[in-house]
Design a protein around this ligand. Structure first.
Ligand code: ATP
Length: 267
């Protein structure tokens, strides 16, 4: 489970407020999709959850462990795929995966079998002896995803994980996400690919200008908007400047359209 309590993050000495007083709980056993336009604050939020960035204020807990107060314990319970798969580029594929296995103390007997299985699944068997810097963008992304799948931690945080993956790898990743959540673990990912999100998520959160505008299932979103259309249509409606949910509304704009039922959680 991920608990985010009144988290804010500013950059440039407070000039840019990337995440604003955001609270959210993501449950064990669910796949949660974080959606939002460019610059909405998704990566900033995910980096704070992963302990890469410190919040300016507020707290984050992973399975009850505070990410700032107990960084090592928190990191042990999570794997993070960032949106720039450019880490440890000089390592060869198998060195990178062994490094991950060491960090997460995966027993020797299990690691060879898991690395072999992941490499076969993602079609990377012939690449493991090559340096990651020689990989294409999609191959780097596959390697980062394999690194996240290897330790099987309680929480997966994936920042735009489908970007650059070929259809088979993308399908495999979706299957793995479902299996992970069905095993009672937590999967949080951000994406711009709304038709993928619609198929895979249990709940979505829509963020714009650092604020959460909606949290709920796609069905709840449809009921709220009286819309039988796609997630994409509702997303565009929700994040358009005209939306009553758009951040920083004029003071006389109501929080909900009149006559519309209250959504499960609208912020
Ligand atoms: N290192 C940084 N220094 C200053 N401002 C930053 C930094 N990183 C992000 N920002 C700003 O914070 C805001 C949120 O950016 P963030 O990268 O979190 O958005 P995002 O939703 O992930 O965007 P995208 O979908 O384009 O990846 C933006 O206004 C961005 O310009």
């Amino acid at each position: 489970m991920i608990r985010i309590d009144r988290v804010s993050k500013s950059y440039d000495g407070g000039e840019t407020l990337a995440v604003r007083d955001l609270s959210l709980e993501i449950r064990s056993g669910e796949i949660f999709g974080l959606l939002g336009p460019n610059g909405a604050g998704k990566s900033t939020l995910l980096n704070m959850l992963a302990g890469v960035l410190a919040p300016t204020s507020g707290t984050v807990e992973l399975d009850g462990v505070d990410v700032v107060e107990e960084p090592l314990a928190a990191k042990r319970s999570l794997c993070f795929v960032s949106d720039s798969p450019d880490h440890l580029l000089r390592l060869k594929g198998h060195e990178f995966l062994r490094f991950i296995a060491d960090v997460y103390q995966i027993p020797t007997e299990a690691r060879a079998e898991r690395i072999d299985r992941l490499a076969r699944e993602y079609g990377m068997q012939d690449e493991l002896d090559n340096q990651i810097q020689s990989y294409s963008h999609g191959m780097r992304q596959k390697m980062m995803v394999m690194g996240a799948l290897l330790p099987d931690p309680a929480v997966w945080i994936l920042d735009e994980p489908m970007t650059g993956l070929d259809p088979k790898a993308s399908w495999l990743l979706k299957q793995s996400m479902r299996a992970h959540a069905d095993a009672g673990k937590t999967v949080l990912f951000s994406t711009h690919v709304l038709d993928v999100a619609e198929k895979v998520v249990d709940r979505v959160g829509v963020i714009a200008k650092g604020e959460l505008l909606f949290v709920g299932t796609v069905e709840e979103m449809r009921a709220h908007f009286h819309n039988s259309g796609s997630l994409e249509e509702m997303f565009l409606e929700l994040t358009s400047g005209d939306s009553p949910f758009a951040p920083e509304p004029a003071e006389d704009v109501p929080a909900c359209p009149s006559g519309a039922p209250e959504p499960p959680e609208v912020r």
